[in-house]
Design a protein around this ligand. Structure first.
Ligand SMILES: Nc1nc2c(ncn2[C@@H]2O[C@H](COP(=O)(O)OP(=O)(O)OP(=O)(O)O)[C@@H](O)[C@H]2O)c(=O)[nH]1
Ligand SMILES: [Mg+2]
Length: 480
């Protein structure tokens, strides 16, 4: 009982949580008030009920100083942002509900359980998203007053907020993941090459959560290395710490195997320990079973504990290393993590410098090709957007030369919508006002504007005070 509960605790005594299901709801809008104004000497002061405040939003922020989701788990399984306050007399509007901010670590995916769709992937520190918008506040009776309806008593109630059953899944993001059997020396290796200090102990499953160490080179490049808890045979079937940590491997760009050249961990101490080449083959199988093509990300093998002369069977480690190099297709680097820790930054003797150089080189290579791809994709998207924009606006925004540009701006006093209508052959305002209001071309233009510009450019074509159809219920109720 003790072992089980202790197994997933870290040093601070908190349980590491990387997967969480939580019911999130944004706040309800406050009701609008229906109150008549009371003023001294003015019997007909009119309506005075203020609007209700909007409900609080559910916001998600990606932060640097959180490494798991336990702080969200502590809040409970159902989280709700505060509601907006109702409106008051003298047209005082209700206070809006405070937003609920959930801080998540880098690499958290937010999944809508109903649709099983990844809604957001928090893959950048500082990223902030509005997950659920709070309900709109109701309108007070003062909002219904117009020149025909002086003393309205109607008011509306606040709208309910949105609800989502969300699954938060943390998948650590690192450039290189250290994969190996328990006790192979992964944590020792990470502490030797970075300033991260995971616990090191001579027993299996010391590490219970992924640790990330960062390497910096002189040119300002960084390489994030993840120490992942030990895997063992059957991890893909959820043996050992199994799936829970294979998930963290999923997102690493490259993988490095760490094998113990001295002796390999076996669940039963009476069993003979495995040879390092068998360990590499087995780890590759485990990765492949978990996710096809995952093992292709492996770039190298760290042959650890090479400071020892012979293994537990008395075989010289130099012979073993030679056999390992022959049997494994990946490049093998003999290292001693323990020596690396003891010697401090001088990694030559521990064999770590060559290995780190190789690892960083591979990581930077994969990073730069990825960056190039991303740049290409962005440029392509931008070009397409520009094309669509120009096409939809029949060249209104695509000025050929600068002189024309200046002239057209100073000459034209018409709105951009009217300029467009002129081009289409309509006279715009004046005698044909009704025709203009209901013309197919104008409706089409509004449709295009709403569909294509997605809020990015609509301000350019909208006239002052103009509202889209159904945008403000207030204006639509007035006209009806
Ligand atoms: N002699 C020798 N011992 C080492 C070396 N590297 C690690 N060790 C020892 O191996 C043991 C296990 O080291 P860890 O770094 O905790 O191993 P790990 O792979 O992180 O283990 P888990 O977290 O349980 O998966 C410790 O007692 C270390 O002192 C090495 O290069 N030489
Ligand atoms: Mg460890």
């Amino acid at each position: 009982m003790f072992r089980r509960s202790a197994a997933l605790m870290d040093k601070s005594g908190r349980r590491f949580v990387d997967n969480l299901k939580v019911l999130l709801s944004s706040g309800t809008g406050g009701d609008g008030a229906s109150i008549m104004a009371h003023e001294h000497g003015n019997e007909f002061a009119g309506p005075g009920g203020g609007n209700g405040g909007n409900g609080g939003n559910i916001m998600i922020k990606c932060v640097k100083d959180k490494y798991d989701l336990s702080h969200i788990k502590q809040l409970g399984t159902q989280l709700k942002a505060p509601d907006g306050c109702c409106g008051y007399a003298r047209e005082a509007h209700g206070k809006r509900g405070k937003d609920m901010w959930l801080e998540v670590p880098l690499g958290t995916e937010i999944i809508d359980v109903d649709t099983n769709e990844v809604v957001y992937d928090m893959n950048e520190v500082g990223m902030e998203v509005l997950l659920l918008e709070g309900g709109q506040g109701g309108k007070g009776n003062a909002a219904f007053a117009n020149k025909w309806h002086h003393s309205p008593i109607e008011s509306t109630r606040g709208l309910p907020g949105n609800t989502m059953l969300a699954q938060l899944e943390l998948k650590s993001i690192a450039d290189c993941g250290l994969i190996g059997y328990p006790n192979a020396g992964k944590s020792s290796l990470l502490s030797a090459i970075s300033s991260s200090k995971p616990a090191v102990a001579p027993y299996a499953f010391t590490t219970l959560r992924p640790y990330i160490g960062v390497l910096h080179d002189l040119y300002g490049n960084t390489c994030r290395i993840a120490d992942i808890p030990g895997l063992m045979e059957g991890a893909y079937e959820n043996r050992g710490l199994g799936h829970q940590f294979l998930r963290h491997v999923e997102r690493t760009k490259t993988l490095a195997f760490v094998v113990d050249m001295h002796s390999t961990y076996t669940p039963d101490p009476k069993e003979p320990s495995m040879e390092p080449w068998d360990v590499v083959a087995l780890l590759q199988c485990e990765l492949e079973y978990y996710l096809p093509n995952l093992s292709e990300r492996a770039i190298m093998v760290f042959a650890n504990k090479m400071d020892q002369e012979v293994d537990t069977n008395g075989r010289p480690l130099v012979d073993k290393l030679k056999e390992l190099t022959d049997r494994v297709t990946l490049p093998v680097f003999p290292v001693s993590a323990a020596l690396g820790i003891a010697l401090g930054p001088d990694h030559k003797q521990a064999g770590l410098s060559a290995a780190i150089q190789f690892m960083c080189h591979k990581v930077f290579e994969s990073k730069s090709s990825e960056r190039q791809l991303l740049q290409k994709r962005r440029a392509n998207e931008e070009m397409q957007l520009q094309k669509v924009f120009e096409y939809k606006n029949n060249g209104i925004f695509s000025f050929e030369d600068d002189e024309d540009h200046g002239d057209s701006l100073t000459e034209s006093t018409q709105s951009l919508v009217d300029q467009q209508l002129d081009q289409l052959g309509f006279s715009g305002l004046g005698e044909t006002f009704d025709g203009y209001e209901h013309s197919i071309a104008r409706n089409k233009l509004h449709e295009y504007r709403d569909l294509t510009m997605k809020g990015k450019y609509w301000r350019l074509t909208r006239q002052k005070g103009e509202s889209l159809r159904n945008e403000k219920w207030k204006s639509s109720t007035r006209s009806s």
